[in-house]
Design a protein around this ligand. Structure first.
Ligand SMILES: [Zn+2]
Ligand SMILES: [Zn+2]
Length: 285
């Protein structure tokens, strides 16, 4: 079994209302560690740490950080991205193999000097910046949110040590390891999974990253706001493929970050299945 860290921040919104209760049967497993910013009580629980401002300013501009402070969401955003930074460090220390990060604000629309689409700070970029200080060199980011990862692309667009594979509506392009895989407006699970197998896995194997980050959005599911025709059962299968790549190329080091998606029922259905897959508590489906 894999040792899996779960990082939970829940401050507002509907979609995670069933959590952490929906993780019953997972949180009590010996190979699962749970870090919480809100529901911590008493001894024995782990605390989630916010991103230090010093690290924040190495990815995002001072102006942008000041703007986020004015929104009233600043502290929540620090905890939200903090899970990814903390998970990356714990994995490097050997505390666990992979992690799932529940975010209250996403990552991938947050660039150096802009934010939007419910993304304030780019947790993956912050984690990569912190890992580089520890001497970690190469990273792959795969993004299965329905929308283009403009923020992540802004930060890593000219970075030859970060492979960024974004499945979105853009035309296929490949510059400096930045690849957009065009997904049609209506696709099937089979076609989508085939894209991961053909476009992501071989590139990741050739690139030899030290970590894989998965920007997991479920907004491409049928009925969601980025509907591409995927069913609710596609995401655990994606987890299986991406985890398989991480096992093959980087000792299983995989950080899964919750991105877009709004449905509560869908979150409650799919996220426990993904975590079971990551922790090898069940099949990836
Ligand atoms: Zn999206
Ligand atoms: Zn894209």
């Amino acid at each position: 079994m894999k040792r899996t860290g779960i990082f939970f921040t829940y401050f507002q919104g509907e979609r995670l209302r069933d959590f952490p209760q929906a993780l019953a049967g997972i949180l009590d497993k010996e190979n699962v560690s749970y870090y919480d910013a809100v529901y911590n009580s008493g001894d024995g629980l782990y605390y989630l740490e916010p991103v230090p401002e010093e690290l924040l300013l190495r990815v995002h501009s001072w102006n942008m950080v000041q703007q986020v402070k004015l929104t009233g969401d600043y502290e929540s955003a620090l905890y939200s991205a903090g899970g990814t930074v903390q998970a990356a460090a714990k994995i490097w220390q050997g505390k666990f193999d992979n992690a799932f990060i529940f975010t209250s604000f996403g990552d991938h629309h947050a660039g150096r000097n802009f934010y939007g689409g419910m993304c304030y700070f780019n947790g993956a970029a912050l984690a990569i910046t912190a890992l580089r200080e520890r001497g970690v060199k190469r990273f792959a980011i795969v993004d299965t949110d329905s929308h283009h990862a403009d923020g992540t692309r802004d930060i890593f667009g000219n970075d030859n040590d970060v492979l960024h594979i974004c499945l979105c509506y853009q035309d296929h392009q490949d510059n400096h390891n930045n690849v957009d895989i065009k997904i049609p407006h209506h696709t099937s699970d089979e076609e989508y999974l085939a894209k991961i197998k053909q476009e992501f896995v071989p590139r990741a194997v050739a690139f030899k990253p030290d970590y894989i980050f998965w920007e997991f959005g479920y907004d491409a599911t049928q009925g969601e706001y980025g509907d591409k025709g995927l069913t609710k059962d596609c995401h655990p299968k994606l987890a299986g493929l991406i985890k398989g790549a991480a096992d093959k190329v980087c000792h299983g080091r995989l950080i899964t970050i919750l991105c877009g998606g709004s449905g509560r029922t869908l979150a409650t259905y799919t996220i426990p299945r993904i975590i079971r897959c990551l922790a090898e508590l069940g099949n990836c489906q």
